[in-house]
Ligand binder design. Structure first.
Ligand code: HAX
Length: 442
């Protein structure tokens, strides 16, 4: 039987040849122009990266290898009696470029089960931190502690041939993905459940087992939510902070543990993944200040204006690329309508959705007034009892591993080089505008 690793190598070799031929013929074609404003404004709209796993359209939202989220919810294999996609299937799709058969998904579940053992020193390292440490910090420290297991680092030190980088990256990616749910669940139980650790259940799928280890194994609804959550948060093309950072650090041949930990530090920023905790914190604060469980649209509207007048962002709204409601928000809204339509917090999220966009639009400067993925996720988690919102970004991080590590396998398989864009100084810009200096260089 040919395993996933061999299949991946065969696929990557084909793509490699195609890219070589394509660059030979078209390598000098221009694909855009860069304005001075773009250089100062976070490189928005500058195409400068190749990421094979997914592609973001500003109007339509994310497509994973051409498949939209509604298509994935329909086409990817499910757990027995489940209706949400298994994230194993999405990983297969992102890595191989093709929808998996049920058998492929079962093999991945089994492979990740086999590789899920977390060494004791990782738990000891987590235990050395104060319990009050933010879960994302504990998560990143644990990933760094696991770096002792890196096959890539060991083989590189022993003089690995560059032709073999992809294989060591693949092995590390699989180990990391297999181990992250155990580590994340341990952090959750340590911080919020008096350290009452729950051992894995070898019969469950990857996301179902994660739900079980966090203490929600009895609840089929929560397991289904985790399968959906782990699928929709996995990837958002290559330029977002967590994906780009993982890719950038990996381009220095830092091993997958170092690269992924770097990406997770980026995910922990409030303008990126931490927004999911900020949303619920903001809603809880609003409810507390107003003294009501379900604020009216008028009350929400006033509270949004207050937030803006204090020079803060409305968390969960806006996006650097998207210009419409995020289909990841819509998928969660559909899940909410199907399973928990009467939940007051979920209804508040929907009332916020009706209230916030026109207010943000009226400011005239916000390019996208619509909700992103983070506007909805917390309310679903709270419904099932997971109220500890500081943990939410760790959930996002476990899911994001699927996309950024599949991409890292591609980076090494395609032999993508060290990333090194050119930077300039304002002094040089002024000289250039005066016709006294060149702005490009090596
Ligand atoms: N509330 C208030 N102001 C907002 C805003 C929001 N939700 N979204 C954008 N703005 C402001 C920006 O801060 C900026 O203000 P200044 O000109 O005064 O600096 C202005 O509107 C223009 O911003 P933009 O061009 O529309 O948006 P950016 O590409 O600069 O930023 C962000 C995109 C996602 C960072 C932004 O919309 C934001 O801060 N949103 C709230 C935080 C959030 O939800 N982040 C999660 C994003 C999705 C994600 O990565 N998830 O992990």
């Amino acid at each position: 039987m040919v395993g996933l690793k061999e299949q991946f190598k065969e696929t990557a070799d084909k793509v490699n040849s195609e890219i070589k031929a394509l660059l030979k013929e078209h390598g000098s074609k221009k694909i855009g122009e860069v304005t001075l404003s773009q250089v100062y404004q976070g490189m928005r709209g500058i195409t400068g990266l190749v990421t094979e796993t997914s592609l973001l359209d500003a109007q339509e939202g994310i497509r994973f290898r051409g498949y939209s989220i509604p298509e994935l919810r329909e086409k990817l294999p499910k757990a027995p009696q489940g209706t949400e996609p298994l994230p194993e299937g999405l990983f297969h799709l992102m890595l191989m470029g093709e929808l998996p058969a049920d058998k492929d998904v079962h093999e991945l579940t089994a492979l990740w089960q086999r590789r899920s053992h977390v060494p004791k020193h990782v738990f000891d390292t987590i235990e050395a931190l104060p319990v009050s440490t933010h879960p994302m910090t504990q998560f990143v420290v644990a990933i760094m502690a696991m770096q002792t297991e890196s096959s890539f680092a060991k083989k590189y030190a022993a003089g690995m041939n560059k032709k073999d980088y992809w294989e060591a990256t693949f092995d590390d990616a699989m180990d990391l993905i297999a181990r992250l749910p155990r580590v994340a669940a341990y952090i959750y139980r340590r911080k919020y459940k008096d350290g009452d650790d729950i051992q894995p259940d070898g019969l469950l799928d990857w996301a179902g087992n994660f739900a079980h280890m966090m203490g929600y194994g009895e609840d089929e609804g929560f397991k289904e939510l985790m399968r959906l959550y782990m699928t929709i948060h996995a990837d958002h093309e290559g330029g977002n902070v967590s994906a780009h950072t993982t890719h950038l650090v990996g381009s220095a041949l830092s091993d997958p543990y170092l690269s992924f930990a770097a990406g997770m530090n980026g995910l922990a920023g409030p303008l990126h993944g931490l927004a999911n905790q900020e949303v619920i914190k903001w809603i809880f604060e609003m409810r507390e200040q107003l003294g009501v469980e379900t604020p009216s649209k008028e009350q929400i509207s006033e509270y949004v204006k207050k937030t803006l007048s204090e020079g803060k962002v409305v968390p969960g709204y806006g996006h650097a690329v998207l210009r419409k409601t995020d289909p990841r928000f819509t998928a969660q809204m559909e899940f909410g309508k199907k399973h928990l339509a009467d939940d007051p917090l979920v209804q508040t999220v929907w009332n916020i959705y009706e209230t916030v966009p026109p207010i943000l639009q009226s400011l005239g400067k916000i390019k996208n007034p619509w909700p992103n993925v983070d506007a909805h996720s917390g309310a679903l988690l709270v419904h099932y009892g997971m109220v500890e919102y500081e943990f939410y970004t760790v959930l996002f991080g476990v899911s994001r591993a699927l996309g950024v590590l599949a991409s890292l396998c591609w980076d090494r398989a395609l032999g993508l080089p060290l990333e090194r864009p050119k930077s300039i100084t304002t002094e040089l810009v002024k000289l250039w505008l005066d016709g006294k200096g060149e702005i490009w260089g090596d």
